[in-house]
Design a binder for this molecule. Sequence first.
Ligand code: SAH
Ligand code: SF4
Length: 428
Amino acid sequence: MNEYDSAKIADVLIDRCGYTKAESAEEATLLIVNTCSIRENARNKIFSGLGRWRKIKEENPDVVIAVAGCVSSQEGENVLKQATQVDIVFGPQTLHRLPEMLAAYDQTHLSQVDVSFPEIEKFDSLPEPRAEGATAFVSIMEGCNNFCTYCVVPYTRGREWSRPQQDILEEITALAKQGVKEVNLLGQNVNAYQGEDANGEKSSIAQLIREVAKIDAIKRIRFTTSHPKWFGDELIQLFAEEPKLVNHLHLPVQSGSDNVLKMMKRKYTSAEYKEKVAKLREVRPGICISSDFIVGFPGETEENFNETMDLIKEIDFDQSFSFVYSPRPGTEAAKMEDDTELEVKKNRLALLQKQISRQAGRVSAAMVGTEQMVLVHQESKQKNGQIAGRTENNRVVNFDGPVELIGELVKVRITEALPNSLRGELIS
Ligand code: SAH
Ligand code: SF4
């Protein structure tokens, strides 16, 4: 979501203010950091980064420094107190107002802060989307109403708000004309999508995906992130009917322990999660499932953690974004008693990640010999004259082929599985 927002910030500056990209921070006249406050570490990194920019500003006082994103949302004016070199503070829902904020700063030289939530005007004020490559993010809904006890998102991005279908389809059509073949529909809880359809009726995410699939040039559809509670039969059934939906689903479970899930207020049990995955695998055998995990939530016992490990083995997760729990100011969990030592939590995390990477290795190894559709993204990072792309289940494949194939979907036979990528040979 932050990558998407950063691209939108760049679009606004290029289209409406005539900015161009600087070669380096030292050459820039405007420096913006788009921030994340999901974990404390991410938040702290911002302030150390801003320390480096202070030096740039000391040498060139005309440079303007702005802080965007969820740290701004959460800390507002306090950002200015902690980092006096900052001139402008705006949130995820006010990024379209940046030109006005820059103009006001230019005239008055007074710092500008706007971290309000005027979601509805935002998308109407954004310029035409600019594609970079064959794959693109498209925001379909913003905010979250769930208030999981550990999470800052409902506070930093506000309540759920869905974009009308028509706006989304126009954005995707414009991207498709620029060569985009794969879209990733974004939202904090995409299953809660209820944007208006062409008749002014509420539409579900499944209905939206059916419409997106009608756009010929779009060959692959992904969506992130799904909340298991709202991952329902209509969407599951769509995996049976719609081949453009990729063979991969990211469905964050957070924990395999019902006790912990309850303390997190996730609103599902581990059995319900398993049931949904089983239904999905019935209609899409072999689909790869990835997840998010929080390890060391307050009160998580060794036994609770083992339940998570059992679930990981049972579902055979193929990839994860997993972190040690980080208390966030203003959330319910931050007030809960937490007597597990950090070392213990780190050990649990290491065990979890090792297990998932073992499982991912197995899936990769089983792909050797198979034919896969690969969306070619770039020249190989190994700089060996090869090109690289991604399979439906998100693996990087390097293979011999002409650079003209960048942006195309091609068939590749997988020849070798390495720890972080695959090798293959072009078939067609
Ligand atoms: N809406 C998505 C997740 C968005 S936040 C969902 O509900 O699944 C992305 C991930 O960050 C979460 O899935 C969670 O694993 C992690 N996360 C959120 N708050 C956290 C915290 N306080 N400490 C550690 N990880 C956290
Ligand atoms: Fe945060 Fe996701 Fe829970 Fe919303 S559903 S509060 S974004 S973890």
